[in-house]
Design a protein around this ligand. Structure first.
Ligand SMILES: [Mn+2]
Length: 396
């Protein structure tokens, strides 16, 4: 078993990146429900992200969305400084290759050469923003796909994708990582050009050594064993990072652990086993949140997400790996499973409270945030700033 200090030092190193888009007004395709305190500008988003970091102590970086956060003419270095002033830094750079009208039939896989050229230009700018902000992550998600059988040629599209990723990889500086995300469907409903982790893996291998697979926990069909994918990718040295969220039906973007916390625990256990049993390097994994909270207050939801991630991470540390190995070796399935259950059922909240106090933070981040009055304060200020203008929304 690990001792307390070992576990606490792992918790110190466990960081979760929050997304700028998680602080802005979002919605579904049926409508949007606005919140007074929702962030309007990139400054607001960084201020909110800094607030989450201040109360949780584990969210020092913010994922940015280039189209929504870097208006034409924005000085990226200046945005980096704004982040710093809020006690955070710019994390993954997320290009937007889906919102512009030119992407109607896809971006890099589109039969329209203008769309492909626009994608190239946009990604080139994203890489420059990454360099200027000191971000080491270019995080790619594509809406590319088709809606009907026969709409386009699947092999031609595959070749366009692989060539684009290799080209972009050659534009990146040596210290930048390309994360390649997959998704089985939506917004395309017949085929998606990067539909699963195997395709992400093959595309990443083709692109170059700095390309890795990004696992968004909501981007699988029902019942897929995500910890198996995670274990496989770790052993291949191809796991780049996570987008955490939870879902009941499809890509619901619900709060991490709200539907199936045991699944989150099993992912963290898979990572621990890869490191401690097999000596694999998991230190470079980027843990990121990709959620849009339509109904919950955004900062509270983010604090809830992050503390849940910490709890599931800690529960995975509570599993007796020696006992588990012995049970597995003797084919004692009941005991083996019980080692997992015992870790999961351990109440890790006292340890987490202790860690926060040791770090000079309030023991209960959500309560402390509520008591701070932050939401009412920025809500009033942002409402006044919006005036009669329609609430800003950075979610398509
Ligand atoms: Mn995602």
């Amino acid at each position: 078993m690990q001792d307390r200090d070992q576990i606490l030092s792992k918790l110190n190193a466990f960081e979760v990146e929050t997304p700028s888009w998680g602080y802005a007004d979002t919605g579904t395709r049926f409508g949007k429900f606005f919140q007074d305190a929702a962030a309007i500008t990139i400054e607001d988003k960084l201020q909110d992200a800094g607030t989450v970091h201040r109360f949780t102590g584990c969210c020092p970086s913010v994922a940015v969305h280039v189209l929504w956060d870097f208006a034409e003419g924005t000085d990226p270095g200046q945005v980096g400084k704004l982040a710093e002033a809020q006690g955070v830094r710019i994390g993954s750079i997320n290009p937007n290759l889906f919102q512009d009208q030119t992407y109607k039939f896809g971006s890099v896989c589109s039969p329209n050469p203008d769309a492909r050229a626009a994608a190239d230009e946009h990604v080139r700018r994203c890489i420059e923003i990454g360099k200027a902000t000191g971000s080491g992550l270019l995080s790619l998600w594509f809406a590319d796909g088709t809606n009907y059988p026969g709409q386009d040629d699947l092999i031609s599209r595959k070749r366009l994708m692989q060539d684009a990723l290799r080209r972009w990889h050659s534009w990146m500086p040596d210290d930048m990582t390309m994360l390649v995300e997959y998704k089985p469907f939506e917004p395309a409903f017949y085929h998606t050009d990067i539909a699963d982790w195997g395709m992400s893996y093959a595309f990443s291998k083709f692109a170059g050594p700095q390309a890795k697979v990004l696992v968004d926990t909501g981007h699988h069909f029902q019942g897929v064993n995500i910890e198996h994918i995670v274990s496989f990718l770790l052993d291949e040295g191809m796991l780049g990072g996570f987008h955490f969220n939870d879902r009941k039906y499809a890509d619901d973007d619900l709060t991490t652990g709200s539907i199936d916390p045991y699944a989150v625990f099993r992912i963290f256990l898979a990572i621990r086993l890869a490191e401690e049993r097999h000596g694999l390097d998991a230190s470079g994994i980027a843990y990121m949140v990709d959620q849009s909270h339509n109904l919950k207050p955004k900062i509270e939801a983010m604090i809830q997400t992050v503390t849940t991630a910490q709890e599931m991470f800690l529960k995975a540390q509570m599993v007796d790996l020696d006992g588990l190995a012995a049970a597995q070796a003797s084919m004692n399935i009941v005991d083996a499973e019980n080692y997992l259950r015992e870790g999961f059922e351990e109440d890790v909240r006292p340890l987490l409270r202790e860690w926060r106090s040791f770090k000079g933070m309030a023991a209960e981040p959500l309560l402390a945030f509520r008591e701070s009055g932050y939401e009412a304060k920025v809500g009033a200020e942002r409402k006044a700033r919006r005036g009669d203008a329609a609430p800003a929304s950075s979610y398509a």
